[in-house]
Design a protein around this ligand. Structure first.
Ligand SMILES: Cc1ncc(COP(=O)(O)O)c(C=O)c1O
Length: 375
């Protein structure tokens, strides 16, 4: 009998997935003294006090067991009522373990080996890897340089194997928000090809130029909306999100949740109800101001599409560098942590900068990046 080695044990499926490039930047950053960290993918504000209190209260009042798989009724009913008021659609809701949980369940429910998922490039990393983990094939649609939705580019990527078109608004890594007309075109496209629109709106409350149009409005019968609590309320570690969409799909995802995540954490679901009443407008104003600060500091030195939501910029790396990874390595050597665009893209031409940090870090970091760009 041989030794139980990685070769013997680990599946092809697992080995085909690379470690996240974001982790690699974190590992590099851990070796640098006093880094200026512009790589962070979570808010720098804390969970609102009432929400923390609600979680503590839930624990103290012994809400510590499993909940029903689909999530506690008061939270689901409240989300369904809010969605009806916002988008006009009465839809079933499943409470998930973060938006990542919703993504995985949706892909597991929909994809057979070889089925294709169309992704706008750049994309949030999990889509590509989760699609592959369940045997699906990610197909990329280049959206550079302005990251808008262009129906003709997406249509060219659709084949008879396509089952899902994934969009994120506001987007990670670009911060771009899709306009209502772009969402309508996406819905028309999904209708023409009889596919599902999976729309990730985890950053929907962090938007700075007017409301994000609700993506359920145009094709509620073929849209799966995923939203989360982590980014809006500074509770990324609490793992809470929800999916709303066609009844048969929500039922299938609920069945799969039963055998995977079981349920979202109980006390967090109770706190989620309090979060929906929390006022985060002060944080939104603060991030709008930070967004404008970064835009001012980078203007004239970097090319970028001005973001309207989230807390990221996705500028082009200066052309005098061989690729964006080379630029990022030099930035990191000067203590500024940013993420190479190749983590989110099939191209290596851009980088992601997060402004979920102090003004001092933003000012110092952008100054170093601009100096580096000018050479
Ligand atoms: C676009 C997008 N979707 C989903 C997620 C994951 O969300 P959660 O932490 O709720 O699983 C992230 C986190 O960075 C994200 O940027």
């Amino acid at each position: 009998m041989g030794e139980l080695s990685a070769d013997r044990l680990l599946s092809q499926r697992s080995r085909a997935v690379n470690a996240s490039g974001i982790r690699k930047v974190f590992d590099l950053g851990a070796k640098i003294a006093n880094p200026i960290n512009l790589s962070i993918g979570q808010p720098d504000f804390d969970v609102p006090p009432d929400v923390r209190q609600a979680a503590i209260q839930a624990i103290q009042s012994r809400q510590n067991g499993y909940t029903v798989t689909q999530g506690i009724a008061p939270l689901r009913e409240r989300i369904a009522a809010d969605l009806r008021a916002e988008c006009g659609s009465p839809l079933p809701v499943l409470i998930t373990s973060g938006v990542s949980g919703g993504i995985l369940l949706a892909l597991m429910a929909a994809l057979d080996p070889g089925d294709e998922v169309v992704l706008g490039d750049p994309y949030f990393v999990i889509y590509k890897h989760a699609a592959r983990l369940v045997g699906g094939v990610p197909v990329f649609v280049d959206t550079y340089p302005d990251f808008k939705f262009r129906a003709d580019r997406y249509e060219a990527a659709i084949t008879p194997r396509t089952k899902i078109l994934v969009l994120a608004t506001p987007s990670n890594p670009t911060g771009v928000v899709l306009a209502d007309d772009e969402l309508r075109q996406a819905a028309d496209l999904a209708e023409r090809h009889n596919i599902l629109l999976l729309i990730d709106e985890i950053y929907n409350k962090l938007n700075y130029d007017g409301e994000c149009p609700c993506s359920l409005r145009h094709a509620p019968h073929r849209t799966l909306l995923l939203r989360g609590f982590g980014k809006s309320y500074g509770m990324t570690g609490w793992r809470l999100g929800y999916a709303a969409g066609p009844q048969f799909l929500i039922e299938e995802m609920t069945k799969l949740q039963q055998y995977t995540f079981v349920c979202a954490p109980s006390m967090v679901q109770h706190a989620g109800l309090a979060a929906l009443d929390a006022d985060i407008s002060g944080h939104v104003d603060d991030y709008r101001r930070k967004r404008d600060l970064v835009a001012r500091l980078l203007a004239g030195t970097f090319e970028f599409a001005k973001p309207s939501g989230g807390f990221y910029f996705f500028p082009q790396a200066p052309k005098r560098f061989a690729d964006a990874t080379t630029f990022v390595e030099q930035a990191i050597a000067q203590r500024v942590l940013i993420i190479p665009g190749s983590v989110f893209s099939e191209r290596d031409t851009h980088f992601r900068l997060s402004y979920a940090t102090s003004d001092k870090n933003i000012e110092r970091g952008c100054e170093i990046l601009c100096q580096l760009a000018r050479g």
